[in-house]
Write a protein that binds this ligand. Sequence first.
Ligand SMILES: [Cu+2]
Length: 116
Amino acid sequence: MKIVQSVVVSAVFAIAALTSVTGIAQAQANQSKSGNTKVDTSKDITDGEIRKVDKEAGKLTIKHGEIRNLEMPPMTMVYQVKEKAMLDKVQAGDKIKFKVINENGKMVVTEIHPGK
Ligand SMILES: [Cu+2]
């Protein structure tokens, strides 16, 4: 019983050590990336296709390409928009170019432009 416990304990320590090293490396990568974002603004614009418009909630479902400024891979997801009026000129099926920012941990679409 003692032996089993100590094996488990050292496995947990090994995993914890690995995790913290990875965490530090990622933090450093994020830091250098955010420094670049301000210089190259074209990185902020993402291609997408609107799947659903929810004017009442001020939300937009977008199938989007890679979001470079947020390091997000392509996917379909729901975003809050900065102002509900932005939804007046779009509808499901529209191809767009848009800008999304991370506002205190929440993704917010701040710009929508017609795409092709
Ligand atoms: Cu996404």
